[in-house]
Design a protein around this ligand. Structure first.
Ligand code: NAD
Length: 373
């Protein structure tokens, strides 16, 4: 089967990492044929690395219109993801967009509308953590009803440590105008996506958000959010770039026990009798259901970016089911935008999906005018 001819738009850290994975043969289903970057140095580097076997373009538009590839990876700063994805789809190219799908929901809705009109194209998001077998297993157990109804979810994801020197490198990061946020937009799109992917979408959110608390940046670097789900279950989400060593602990409590993922292991504290059943029949006053602590064996390999790219190519060539469909990129972003909006409204509850126009209005003020597209 022919390899998918691939173009990369944005040859920075992530774009060049995809290229390196291709060069190492980690994605045999694809070949790099084109690169676009507005920075001539990055373009030069790409051409040198691929010994002039690729086409180079100084803009996304030139690459998209060139006919040198049939699919693109969009690895530019976040604000550009939707508009570049739309241009690529309208030119008949398959699209793998980097996370986050965009910065604000109305631009991502527009991208999703165009994708809906181009069902002949394969469009995905690079949510590489969806290939982690631990999270796949937890999703499977929840969907199989092993926990019964979910009552509470708690994710403490504070091991995204970034020092001041990281931010002092400058550029588009950690600014409203360049990035549209901080830890929520840069590091957490993965976790917010996984959270909703495994546990479902909350119906509302409220949050306490700190801006420039640990680092000299204008955007958020610490977040504590509460959510509520349709069934009345609650959730708590805590993240920061300022903690070392930090924690990555996800706990999901349900009627039939709790599952905890921490330290790359999954433990199921399984109740012999479900809590509602126990409660309905137990007459002994103080007492608890019998609990069995089990380590859940998790098989499979975390294939990360090469796994997502292989799946993208297989979906193009063989119609394989997509691991991270483009249209799901908006879900984690809804939670992210909801957290910001709640903070801008003084910690009020914000219903999901968020009011996109209200969100954009606040973001525009923070950007000092029009947000980039
Ligand atoms: N999936 C992941 O795990 C993961 C990891 C890292 C980064 N990313 C995402 O990848 C994207 C890029 O991040 P990065 O760390 O590579 O940033 P980066 O700054 O290293 O690279 C961005 C590149 O895009 C180029 N660029 C900027 N504007 C452009 C334009 N209009 N047209 C063409 N090229 C343009 C820049 O010159 C630069 O080379 C971000 O959205 C980021 O969130 C995803």
């Amino acid at each position: 089967m022919n390899k998918v001819k691939l173009g990369i738009i944005g040859y920075g850290k992530m774009g060049s990492q995809h290229a390196a994975n291709l060069m190492k043969g980690q994605v045999p289903e694809a070949e790099l044929t084109a690169v676009a970057d507005t920075d001539p140095q990055r373009l030069k580097l790409a051409k040198e690395q691929f010994k002039d076997t690729i086409w180079g373009y100084e803009s996304a538009e030139e690459l998209i219109q060139s006919g040198s590839c049939e699919a693109v990876i969009i690895a530019t700063p976040h604000y550009y993801h939707p508009s570049m994805a739309i241009a690529a789809m309208e030119a008949g190219l398959h699209v793998l967009v980097e996370k986050p799908a965009g910065v604000y929901t109305s631009q991502v809705e527009e991208m999703n509308r165009v994708a809906e009109q181009h069902k002949e194209l394969v469009c995905c998001v690079d949510f590489n953590q969806r290939t982690n077998p631990l999270y796949q297993k937890l999703k499977e157990l929840i969907e199989a009803g092993e926990l019964g109804q979910i009552k509470r979810t708690i994710w403490i994801i504070t091991d995204w440590y970034r020092s001041q020197s990281y931010y002092d490198q400058g550029g588009w990061r950690a600014t409203w105008k360049g990035e549209g946020g901080g830890v929520l937009l840069n590091q957490n799109p993965h976790n917010l996506d996984l959270w909703q992917w495994m546990c479902g979408m909350p119906k509302r959110v409220r949050a306490d958000v700190s801006y420039g608390k640990h680092r000299n940046i204008e955007v958020e670097d610490e977040v504590t959010a509460l959510v509520e789900y349709e069934n009345g279950a609650t959730g708590c989400y805590i993240t920061t770039v300022g903690d070392a060593p930090g924690t990555n602990r996800l706990e999901v409590d349900g009627e039939r026990g709790k599952i905890v993922i921490e330290g790359d292991k999954m433990k199921f504290f399984r109740l012999r009798t479900s809590e509602p059943e126990f409660n309905a029949s137990y007459q002994g006053g103080i007492g608890k259901p019998e609990v069995w602590e089990c380590e859940i064996p998790v098989k499979g390999k975390y294939t990360s970016h090469p796994g997502i790219l292989s799946n993208f190519c297989d979906a193009i060539r063989k119609g394989s089911k997509r691991i991270a469909p483009l249209e799901e990129g908006i879900l984690g972003l809804q939670i992210s935008n909801g957290i910001h909006l709640s903070s801008w409204l003084g910690g009020a509850w914000v219903d999901l999906p968020v009011d996109g126009a209200l969100y954009l209005n606040h973001l525009q003020k923070l950007c000092g005018g029009d947000v980039p597209v």
